[in-house]
Design a protein around this ligand. Structure first.
Ligand code: GLN
Length: 445
């Protein structure tokens, strides 16, 4: 069914970069045979999954949405991909994304943009736009995305699906092409909260191959979905309601009333350092990116420029030709912020601001179980409307970035429509307490 939907819709949507039809059919036959024999089944048995194209898949191209890696055929699987195989999900293809996960509209894919299934003149969000659009269009049962500053939650919000960014360290990053290593997290995009709990169960856990993956026990997420949220204490930051689209705000207020009717209580709070989050994020994420992307030199991975006269020319030409404009902008910004003489003024200061933002969350979580607000300030915007304005584009992530800087988990769950376009509710939890945000999202859904 997923393959039939891809054939029917993906010409318009553009969610997939590589299909694994033959491999998927072979795996499905193997699973069919197993079913016939009545053997034990994996947690995600037979479910067609699409994987964002920044997670390496052995023998299946992994482009990161970049011309630089258009021919990159990895020789190993990311840990999450291994875990999907162990759970017996069937990988049907690799999903389009903003180049190296830098962007919020999928228009930075160097292959082609993705379109929002609800209105194909609009963006699906990004950078995991392919992952969100594929679920919304029935082109996969579920998908994996990655989130550095909002890239799972914001596209899930724009496409009317569920997107979960786990706590930093909850899911292994081994085999995820690094953008900003202190922020990147992999998570599920699904049609509903129960599916998100299943997928998180399959992919979470400590991985000795990722030194930042946390050695913290993985609870049973499905048993958290009790439907009971009576007495739950919700904090609603006033900074998360200022300046958002009035219709988005109205949907969120309605969601809060629904949560109240289920027995939760909410209060307005302040997260006073919110206004500095976007500036701190773009310094830190770009700095880390400038370092991580130095490995793309034309020698080790992907495309190598022809006719370079010297080794330095080879680096220069390969990087000039291979990277798109947004990636170059970030490398230059990050290199500048890390250079001697500027390090203290920019990078170090941004690190200090990050700590203050984390403290805002710690203090709020001392008195509340979850923090709730909109996922994004608006609904999906028209393709092309922000491409020439990076600052406006960056500000789309104002509500997701603080969560990433603090490293805490958050889920975006659909909470209504504004002029026919989906609105997402963001439910933010304490570190490693994905169970509570899933419970709240499930009771609300
Ligand atoms: N839109 C943000 C950025 O461009 C977030 C991207 C992400 O989470 N990968 O950096």
């Amino acid at each position: 069914e997923a393959l039939a939907n891809i054939r029917e819709y993906d010409g318009k949507i553009g969610a997939y970069l590589t299909l694994n039809e033959e491999g998927a059919r072979a795996e499905a036959s193997r699973l069919d045979a197993k079913l016939a024999k009545g053997e034990a089944r994996g947690l995600l048995f037979g479910l067609p999954v699409g994987v964002k194209d920044n997670m390496v898949t052995e023998g299946l191209l992994t482009t990161c949405g970049s011309q630089f890696l258009k021919n990159y055929d990895p020789i190993y699987d990311a840990t999450v991909v291994t875990k999907l195989k162990e759970a017996e999900a069937v990988t049907i293809g690799k999903l389009n994304m903003d180049e190296f996960a830098m962007g919020g509209s999928n228009e930075n894919s160097s292959f082609h943009p993705v379109r929002n299934p609800w209105d194909v003149s609009r963006v699906p969000g990004g950078s995991s736009g392919g992952s969100a659009a594929a679920v919304a269009a029935g082109e996969a049962f579920f998908t994996l995305g990655s989130d550095t500053g909002g890239s799972i939650r914001q596209p899930a919000s724009y496409c009317g699906v569920v997107g979960l960014k786990p706590t930093y360290g909850r899911v292994s990053r081994y085999g995820l092409v690094a953008f900003a290593s202190s922020l990147d997290q992999i998570g599920p995009i699904t049609k509903n909260v129960e599916d998100a709990a299943y997928v998180l169960q399959a992919i979470a856990g400590h991985d000795p191959k990722d030194s930042t993956s946390a050695d913290v026990g993985v609870p049973d997420y499905l048993s958290a979905l009790t439907g009971d949220i009576s007495g739950l204490r919700i904090a609603v930051p006033k900074e998360y309601l200022d300046g958002v689209d009035p219709q988005v705000k109205a949907s969120v207020m309605e969601a809060l009333r629904a949560l109240e009717s289920l027995g939760a209580v909410w209060e307005e709070v302040s997260l006073p350092h919110t206004e500095y989050a976007v500036a701190a994020y773009y310094l830190l994420a770009s700095s880390e990116a400038s370092s991580n992307l130095s490995r793309f030199d034309g020698v080790r991975y992907g495309v190598r420029a022809d006719h370079a006269g010297s080794l330095l020319d080879l680096y220069y030409d390969s990087r000039s030709q291979g990277f798109g404009p947004e990636v170059k902008r970030r490398i230059m910004l990050g290199t500048y912020a890390l250079s001697s003489g500027y390090y203290d003024a920019y990078y170090l200061k941004a690190q200090k601001v990050r700590t203050l933002i984390k403290q805002d969350f710690d203090q709020t979580f001392a008195n509340y179980d979850v923090i709730i607000g909109p996922t994004a300030p608006t609904t999906a915007f028209p393709l092309g409307s922000q491409v020439d304005d990076p600052l406006t584009m960056y500000l789309n992530d104002i509500l997701t970035i603080p969560v990433s800087l603090a490293g805490v988990p958050a889920v975006s769950v659909p909470c209504g429509f504004a002029e026919g376009l989906p609105v997402g509710l963001q439910i933010i939890g304490k570190p490693f307490d994905e169970s509570t945000i899933l419970r709240v999202a499930h009771a609300f859904e």
